[in-house]
Design a protein. Sequence first.
Length: 131
Amino acid sequence: MPKTSSGNTSWKGYKEHFERIAAINGWITNAEKVQYFTISLENPASDILRDVNEKSENAYNVIWSALARRFGMLDGPRESMRRFDARRQNENETLVEYEQALRITQRVGQRPQLSNGMQRLKGGLKKVVIK
């Protein structure tokens, strides 16, 4: 049985988890997946089921689309900003690679430009050697 979801965490992460559980349990048809999926949702995520015909042939995809619309913001800029703030230079990562990774994460998260980028860059370095 998959863990439950209330929509407070990443819906993409939950989808990956649910798909793995479905594969392990041999839930092949969308009808089977809908049955287990719908009972795994808790409020407020389960509220989206009011507008879904669970008997519909494409109900499984409709439910995921509804979750994405309702809770998609958790996977967007907020998550990217969290990753930006938590990003540190990896052991085998050059300074250029680290800076590039920060810029990509910043762009996805709509983070303000790195005007104080040197401070942020220094904060995540494994060794501060910038003078």
